[in-house]
Design a protein. Sequence first.
Length: 256
Amino acid sequence: MSHDTSSRFDPRGLALPGLVLALWWGATHFGLTDTRIVAPPAEVLATALGALESGELLEGLIASLGRDLAGFALGSTAGLLLGALLAVSGLADRLVSPTLHALKQVALFAWIPLISVWLGQDEAARVLFIGLAAFYPVLFNSHEGIRSVTRELAEVTRVFRFNARQRITRLILPAAAPQIFAGLHLALIYSWLATIGAEYFFKATPGVSTPLLDGRADFDMAKVLYGMVVVGLVGAALNAIASRLEQRSLKWRHSR
């Protein structure tokens, strides 16, 4: 029986953030930097507490996480289904994969003008943009994972006379699970990055990017830094959740 310790909290990981916070406080407290450019930590904390008391923080989090998860679900579902199709159909793979690999080279933000023309500046455009960010990592990881199921493993299903459902649930998905979950993990991270981009480049809307936009317009660095901290903390939380779910979902592979 193996014991997984990779998900346990290690307090040493707080050393670098603590050092950065100390240097930040020292630079602003002792006048080593212009506080109009780098707001003091206490001022950023006061801004955060004000947003929490007014409900602005909770409203932004709910709005951003809602569109983030909607886009993630859209893109990852499409990527998984198409990746599976291309993996099991040689004809579809030869016809479609070269085009997909070419489209993958187009920078994500280059799609914004086209999406804006198609769907305008509303929520549907933001969700589609986020879904596009999630689509490719799931597509290619699922494709590679399912296609890597060896001929020897496939022969086992014929020996035991598995039907189509059993081949999928007992052979293909278990064998491809590590790469599929790796793609989903990347998709969740990319979706959050795309969520911030969508809120930034499409029409202004409630979200965690609102303080960044308002702070830039008002030259309020406390609000900008508060927004950056919230974006970073949410991204770190999503990454931690994805890692934990991936480890739990694949725990059976390490149990003996």
